[in-house]
Design a protein around this ligand. Structure first.
Ligand SMILES: *Cc1c(COP(=O)(O)O)cnc(C)c1O
Length: 790
């Protein structure tokens, strides 16, 4: 290793030079000739090149079923286990790189989205020869599989007996890759680029290789329309070591890079002359014990040990050099890592050798060399996908955007561009709303697959009540285990409850859907209207979390209209929704977690102008002094009202939620709901509760009195900044001090409230459910003590 002491920064570029590849023109000419041979001769050319260059005589190029079948038994069990764990780690890290589809309504009616689509045909080059790099197959095959590439072709050079390393075949099988071609070098790349009878042509070629492979990939990219993962050169490592480093560890890392090949690049930077001496001595000592010491020694001849004044200088040098692998062998690794601007992959601390990244930590080992880390990332899931963008304009979108595009196109003198817009605007102007859209308020709103599907017909669908002998539903005719008899399925249509509830609420029974909590109704609303991966809904945060969860769970997009500082719909909400292509909007009134009713006029304006379903969630309506939106159902066919037995009724444990809508809409719910979604126990108990509904009034009155008292007392507590007005059975309270700390201290005292500090517009806020008089007194006492301590 050549030693440089405190080189002047002006000399750094010379020290950062990689070994020149002198024979480049000859290599290029040879590669071009091989491409010609493969193009002319196809499979036969590949076989003859294998015989000439790999000294392997073969009659077929593809690995056979029999060869695959024999592979696993030749791989020792401990190696198999290690490979499985490496695969799991690589899979975990790369699977986490998936991004959800992006959807943005850039302006009203202009919907843009972006979706990842796998590269359709990929070729993975796995070097063989002296050391079959099965780890490379893991590093390339795992993300290719995760990305969903439909065709994966592996090329790897045959051994002289015409076989492929069983470990490579074992890994291929593990990853479900069945096309393995026995071809190496430039001829393999030529086959992947051009295609032969046995080797399918691919769209993108991945993998490291020698000079010929690298030159062949470049030729394939330049002249044959094939993409490549990245330009490749000899592997390299740069180690930053300081006085805290372990010289033996650093030496081992340098040698692990050097043994790759004589052209490997190894650089060590150190700010301590004594430590650098030790590292060099240790390197010499360890080199002597390596089986591949001749190769490593050659590499070390071109390698550099550089003494620099401090960490800043070492980082500056490293960032200029842009190493493929960067090892930070220092106690300060985390701090230094923040300053790294150019590197392929970074290894932090004394216990993280490059070798773990080469094999099994989970990161990819296919990384940019030769300073390309300045421009390129290593291979990742992204390398195997492309992101396709989509846009769709609604009439509102075209009316808004069209004229701007006309102006821009005309300014550029592109008349046909302008006309493409003008013709459509004219057509829009002349278009009448179709009769179907007027007569069917749900046109385009119900998910097509729901329209098409056949509903599940449960055994008990047609029966109300019981016949003397019921042998239709495979129940246990001998009865139940346990004290009560639940051996029979419940009424799938909950007819008795609907009749009672309809009477109480002044609607018809066929305007009622009962769900396993309103949460089920929320989920079904999303699924009824939204095609996964295509449609979106609107929510108005801060609001109830399940709306977004239901959307996420169904792969449905979410657009947000944030409420104002006093938690009302913003002035532009009506306009935004009028132009929106969303399938539904959730309005929560009284809203959770803010407690207030949404202004009636705003909700009404949305009901008049929005083309999707308007869901008003009235979970807390019983505590508010306002008429329920159920009284407006006849007027607005796209209105859905949600209520629940979980809050004022005090029956949260039974899980019963209600959706009210037009009979036509409720029929859709019935079509898609799980058959027996309300249990017999719940049906029985709720029927009894409905019979005593008047008792609700007394309970509600007491809760409202408690809420009033709590709202009066809270402002006197030190640290309380604001108690928001509430129409529900809870209060949103803003604190001047750290609300999360207060939340934690309450919890430590056995009082649990809801921390809403991270909700939009709710910084510093806790949500306090109104409890019994005793519970409220305990809460106030605790808050006072905590406040006094702050
Ligand atoms: C509590 C709550 C619900 C509850 O739903 P269930 O599933 O019926 O218990 C629904 N919406 C809002 C806004 C809520 O706060």
């Amino acid at each position: 290793m050549q030693l440089y002491s405190y080189p002047d920064p002006s000399t750094w570029p010379a020290l950062q030079q990689r070994a020149a590849t002198a024979e480049a023109p000859q290599v290029a000419a040879r590669v071009r000739a091989i491409f010609g041979q493969v193009r002319e001769g196809g499979d036969a050319a590949l076989l003859s090149l294998a015989s000439e260059l790999d000294k392997a005589s073969m009659t077929r190029l593809l690995v056979s079923e029999a060869e695959f079948a024999a592979a696993a038994s030749q791989v020792p069990a401990d190696l198999q286990a290690a490979i499985r764990q490496a695969r799991a780690n690589i899979e975990a890290f790369h699977a986490a790189q998936r991004e959800p589809e992006l959807r943005v309504e850039t302006m009203p009616g202009v919907a843009c989205s972006r979706r990842a689509v796998p590269v359709q045909r990929v070729g993975l080059y796995v070097p063989g020869g002296s050391a079959p790099l099965f780890s490379t197959l893991l590093m390339l095959g795992v993300p290719a599989r995760l990305a969903g590439c439909p065709q994966v072709v592996v090329c790897t050079p045959p051994q002289s007996d015409g076989t492929v390393s069983p470990v490579i075949l074992f890994v291929a099988q593990l990853l479900g890759i069945s096309t393995v071609v026995k071809a190496g070098g430039a001829q393999a790349i030529a086959a992947l680029a051009l295609g032969t009878v046995s080797v399918p042509a691919v769209d993108k070629i991945f993998g490291p290789g020698n000079r010929y492979v690298t030159a062949a990939k470049q030729l394939a990219a330049a002249e044959f329309g094939v993409a490549i993962d990245m330009p490749a050169g000899p592997s390299e490592v740069l180690v930053i070591a300081d006085e805290t480093a372990n010289a033996a560890f650093v030496a081992a890392d340098l040698l692990s890079q050097a043994e790759h090949g004589p052209d490997s690049q190894v650089v060590v930077l150190c700010n301590s002359a004594a430590m650098l001496d030790e590292i060099r001595a240790e390197t010499t000592r360890q080199l002597a014990t390596l089986p591949r010491r001749d190769v490593a020694a050659l590499a070390l001849e071109n390698s550099r040990a550089i003494l620099l004044p401090d960490a800043a200088a070492m980082l500056a040098f490293s960032n200029q050099y842009a190493p493929e692998h960067l090892i930070l062998a220092t106690d300060e690794a985390d701090a230094l890592a923040k300053e790294v601007t150019n590197a392929g992959s970074v290894f932090l601390g004394h216990l993280t050798p490059e070798a773990v990244g080469d094999y099994a930590s989970g990161t990819n080992h296919t990384l940019p060399t030769s300073g390309y880390a300045r421009q390129y990332s290593g291979v990742s899931l992204d390398s195997f996908i492309r992101k396709i963008t989509f846009q769709r304009l609604s009439p509102v979108g075209l009316r808004a955007l069209g004229p701007l595009v006309e102006t821009m196109a005309e300014a550029e003198g592109l008349t046909a561009h302008a006309r493409a817009v003008t013709l459509r605007l004219e057509a829009l102007a002349g278009e009448k709303t179709t009769a179907a859209a007027v007569s069917n308020p749900y046109a385009g709103l119900i998910r097509p697959s729901v329209e098409r599907m056949q509903a599940y017909s449960s055994a008990r669908d047609e029966f109300e009540g019981m016949a003397p002998v019921m042998l239709d539903a495979n129940e246990n005719s001998l009865g139940s285990v346990g004290p009560a008899d639940f051996s029979r399925y419940p009424d799938p249509h909950q007819r008795a409850i609907k009749v009672e509830l309809a009477r109480l609420k002044g609607v018809a029974p066929n305007q009622i859907f009962l769900g396993n909590g309103s949460d089920e109704a929320i989920d079904l609303l999303v699924r009824l209207t939204c095609t996964p991966g295509r449609d979106h809904i609107v929510i108005c945060p801060p609001t109830y979390g399940m709306y977004e969860v239901a959307a996420n769970l169904n792969d449905v997009g979410v657009t947000r209209i944030q409420l104002t500082a006093d938690f009302q719909l913003p002035a532009n909400a009506v306009e935004t929704l009028a132009a929106s292509t969303a399938k539904l909007v959730f309005l929560c009134s009284p809203n959770n977690p803010t407690g207030n009713l949404l202004a009636q006029e705003a909700v009404e304006a949305i009901l008049r102008s929005f083309k999707g379903l308007v869901v008003v969630d009235e979970a807390y309506a019983d505590f508010a002094d306002a008429p329920s939106w159920t009284t407006r159902l006849a007027e607005f066919p796209r209105l859905v009202v949600l209520q629940t037995f979980s809050k004022a009724w005090g029956l949260a444990g039974l899980r019963l939620g209600v959706a009210y809508g037009s009979p036509a809409l409720i029929a859709y719910f019935d079509k898609i709901k799980p058959p027996y979604n309300i249990s017999a126990a719940t049906q029985e108990h709720v029927l009894t509760a409905l019979a005593s509904a008047p008792s609700l009034d007394a309970m509600r009155a007491e809760l409202l009195a408690n809420r009033h008292q709590l709202a009066q007392q809270l402002p006197q507590v030190p640290g309380v900044a604001q108690v928001f007005p509430s129409d529900a059975n809870f209060l949103l309270v803003r604190f001047t001090t750290d609300a999360t700390a207060i939340y934690d201290q309450l919890r430590a005292r056995g009082i649990v409230v809801r921390n809403r500090t991270t909700q939009p517009g709710c910084a510093g806020c806790l949500r306090l459910t109104v409890g019994t008089a005793t519970e409220n007194a305990l809460l106030l006492q605790a808050l006072k003590e905590i406040g006094a301590g702050c």
